[in-house]
Every structure is written in C-alpha cells, then in structure tokens.
Design a protein around this ligand. Structure first.
Ligand code: ATP
Ligand code: MG
Length: 457
C-alpha cells in the first residue's frame, strides 16, 4: 500500500463529488514503488476534459485558487494547478493507428482504467493507484517488474516499438536512469523497429539523450543503444569509435573512453555541457587517425575535428546555440599541455583563449578525460599547478582583454588615427604587447607604442 499525499486525496474528493473516478498513473506511481520521490503527477479519469475543466474552474479562492490550462485537449489532457502544483489530468484513452510512428492517428476515449493502462509503454509505467483510497490496479504485473528491476513492454514489444519509435529510446534511458535491466524479448524488438525510431522528431530524441547524459551512469544507456543499433542510427559518429584503439597510457578504445569520461562527469554531478563535451571530446579520432609503419596510431589535432563533428551532431538534434557554443568550445580547448616553464604571458593567453567563465568546465573535462584514459581517478592535484598559476594571474588583474587596456579607441582617434578597421588592429597589437609585459599597460606607454606604430617607427 502506498502512502497517498494529502493533496492527492483532496483532488480525488473533487472528482468524487462529481461522481468521477481518479487514478494516479505513470512515473509518479513507478517512482513511489521504487522508493523514490515522485516528481510529477499524472492523473487518469473517466471525466471528460470539459468536465475536469468545469470541476476545477468552478471552485476555489485565494490559496485554493485553481488554474486549468487545456495543455493537450486534443489528447484529452488538461493541466490543473492546485496549491501551486501542476497535475496533468488525462481522460482514459486508447490509441489506434500509429501511421507515422510518431503520433497516434486517432485518440479515442476508453471506458476503464485497465484499457487506459494497456496503451502504456512499459509494465512499470502501467500501474495505477485509485484515489483517494490507494487501491492498486496492476493488470500487467508492473509491481513485480519494478521489484525485479526489469523493463518490459506492455503486450507485444514488436508492436509497441513499431507503433511509436520514441519508446525504444525511452526504454534505454529508463535503464540508464534506474539501472534496471531490459527484458530479453523487449530488447530483441528494438533492432527490428529502428526504422520507426528514425522517424521521431529530433527534439524528442534529444530530450531522451539528455535524460541519458543526465542520469547517474550514461554508459548504461549508450551501451544498450550500441547493442540494439540505436547508437548507429542516432549517433553514427560515436558508434564508429568502437575498436579505434589508442596508444600510450590509454587502456580503452575511443568509444569506451568517451563513455567513461561521460560517466565520470555524471558521477560527479557536473553540468550538462561538461557531460556532452566529455561524450564527444574525441569523436574526431576515427577521422584523423593515422598509423606509422609499426602500427602506432596518432590523432593529430583531433580536438578540431571532434569539435566540428560535435557541432554537426548537436545541431542535428536542435540543441540551442548556447549549448552548442559551449560544448564545441570546451572540446576545442581540452588539449592544453601545461608545463611549469610556461611564461606568465602564456598563462594569460591560455586564459584568454579558454575564457575565464569556461575555466572551471575545461578543468572538469580534463579530469574526466584523465579518468577515462587510465580507468582510475587522476591524482586530485594534477591540474593544481596550472590552476594556481591561472589564479595568480587573475588576482593580479593584469590586462586580459581589449576592455582592460589603459587606452581606448577614442584615445587613438585623439592621437590622429582615423576611425575604421585600423583602430582594431592597433588595439589588438597593444593587447599582445601587454600580454607579454603587463607593466606596459599605462596610458602613457600605450600611446607611445601606438604613436610609433602609426609613424612606422
Ligand atoms: P519521467 O520520469 O521521465 O516523467 P514518465 O514515465 O512519467 O517518466 P512521461 O513522459 O511523463 O514519462 O509519461 C507519463 C506516462 O505516460 C508514462 O509513465 C507512460 O505510462 C505513458 N507514456 C508516456 N510516453 C509514452 C509513450 N511514448 N508510449 C506509451 N506510453 C507512454
Ligand atoms: Mg512523468
């Protein structure tokens, strides 16, 4: 028996007052049965969307005020905001005719909760709890599967995956999120329905990929994708990294290395951009790989190729320009080789190239890369000498960008330089000079250097 939160009981009483049933369904039930907190509440009811709207609109003032939004009225769904929490309320449904593999052709209302549960994807997602009492309706033994940590399709896996191509991806992402295994027959159906998955909108695929990279162990999802052909279908650039062996301290091929790096970022709770950068930081290696006579492979300037490929991949899945920009930049900058005899000017150039805001992310990416090279955590202090140097330069507030120069374009105009591109050229040369010698960053010095540049001295 599940403990039903008070708020759900109160909602159920509103349904009951109109003679209608209400059930908690979907992820909330599954997550409560897994002993986890539910993160969003889906309800199923035999009331029509119009009836639900009327029930909740007609009552409530002040803190009890309810807002009803017809979020998916075509699919029988309205969202009710009750005491500040959103509830998705959907009329019992059946679905028939998935012609395009993406959208049910026709959505028809169903008479019973059992019928509604039979259209759901996995048994663990097809358990309902009748409100307010808490009676469990479990026609497909979802509770047993949750207990045994197994993902299994409701009914025929071939039919389920053939109807809706997103389900195969949902399957591997749930495996990644919960660490559940996938039932044999369910797993075997995925390779046979790849053409249906191919038709799913890029944004919906991206949301699933994000949930895999956002999980505690993304490699679980990606390895299942590889095993079932989903990886080749969605991310062929990553799939071809299998068996691309590496030299030196590397213990893994490029695919396992990439997955381990992504796992390390996930395990440490690092931001999404770092996880994506870790996943794609070496995908250019199969392209640039060359071998010498003795078979030793090198991957010259692979970071450039990896960044370019990552840009293609992320654009294909319609990631925002902001995400694409960050991930590509992190990949481009992941190959720095700090040695103690870097001059302060070299450290300053490094900071400018990476950008102060990106430094923490680049360090994280390097940690993930180092972990995935040896398969064990790098010495915690391996980047500290560089970080110390960087911090010292930053604390010194030495000039690092054009805006930090002691003079501006206007000063140059006052000196007689004509407004135009030449101004930018001079300012950049002055910045170069200041990077080499920060002491030069006074108005007097810079005007003098600019004057010499203009007079050709
Ligand atoms: P999450 O934790 O990601 O929210 P969820 O299982 O709640 O997982 P939702 O997309 O919120 O996923 O969907 C709610 C419920 O609707 C699911 O539990 C499942 O019963 C059903 N469902 C969602 N998507 C599909 C689908 N593509 N095919 C069949 N049933 C689905
Ligand atoms: Mg949900």
């Amino acid at each position: 028996m599940l403990v039903i939160p008070r708020i759900l009981k109160d909602i159920a009483l509103i349904f009951a007052a109109s003679g209608r049933q209400s059930f908690l369904v979907g992820g909330a039930v599954r997550d409560m049965l897994r002993g986890e907190k539910a993160h969003d509440f889906d309800l199923a009811t035999n009331a029509t969307p119009e009836e639900v709207t009327a029930m909740f609109r007609s009552q409530g003032r002040g803190a009890e005020r309810r807002t009803v939004i017809p979020t998916g009225i075509k699919h029988g769904t309205v969202t009710v905001y009750f005491r500040g929490i959103a509830f998705e309320i959907t009329t019992f449904r059946t679905e028939t005719g998935y012609c395009d593999g993406r959208h049910p052709e026709k959505v028809a209302y169903a008479a019973t909760i059992e019928e509604d549960l039979s259209r759901r994807d996995f048994t663990m997602n097809a358990v309902a709890v009748e409100l307010p009492k808490g009676r469990i309706v479990d026609p497909f033994n979802g509770r047993a599967d949750i207990q045994n940590r197994v993902i299994r399709c409701v009914g025929s896996p071939l039919e389920r995956f053939g109807e809706d191509g997103l389900r195969a991806l949902r399957c591997v992402r749930f495996a990644s999120q919960f660490g559940f295994s996938v039932d044999k027959e369910t797993l075997a159906a995925i390779p046979q329905t790849l053409s249906t998955t191919a038709k799913v909108a890029a944004e919906r695929k991206r949301d699933e990929l994000d949930k895999i990279t956002g999980s505690g162990k993304p490699s679980t999802g990606f390895l299942l994708m590889e095993q079932t052909g989903l990886l080749k279908e969605l991310l062929p650039e990553l799939a071809v990294c299998r068996n691309v062996e590496q030299k030196g301290r590397h213990c893994f091929d490029v695919l396992d290395h990439s997955l381990l790096a992504c796992d390390y970022a996930a395990k440490n709770g690092w931001p999404h951009e770092v996880r994506l950068a870790a996943l794609f930081h070496d995908i250019g290696k199969p392209v640039v790989c060359t071998a010498d006579e003795s078979g030793v492979r090198t991957f010259y300037r692979h970071e450039r190729e990896s960044a370019a490929l990552a840009k293609n991949v992320l654009s294909r899945f319609r990631y925002s320009n902001a995400v694409i920009g960050s991930v590509v930049h992190l990949i481009e900058e992941h190959m720095f080789h700090y040695v103690e005899n870097w001059s302060d000017a070299a450290v300053r150039r490094f900071i400018i190239r990476v950008g102060e805001a990106y430094l923490p992310h680049v360090y994280k990416l390097r940690h993930a890369d180092a972990f995935a090279t040896a398969g064990e955590p790098p010495r915690p202090d391996f980047l500290i000498p560089l970080m110390d140097r960087v911090n010292r330069v930053l604390e010194g507030k030495k000039a690092l960008s054009l805006k930090d120069l002691a003079i501006s374009g206007n000063d140059l105009i006052a000196l007689g330089v004509k407004p135009g591109p030449r101004l930018g050229v001079i300012l950049n040369e002055l910045l170069e000079a200041v990077l080499d010698d920060p002491e030069l960053n006074t108005k007097e010095n810079l005007l003098e250097i600019a004057g010499k540049m203009e007079n050709g001295a």
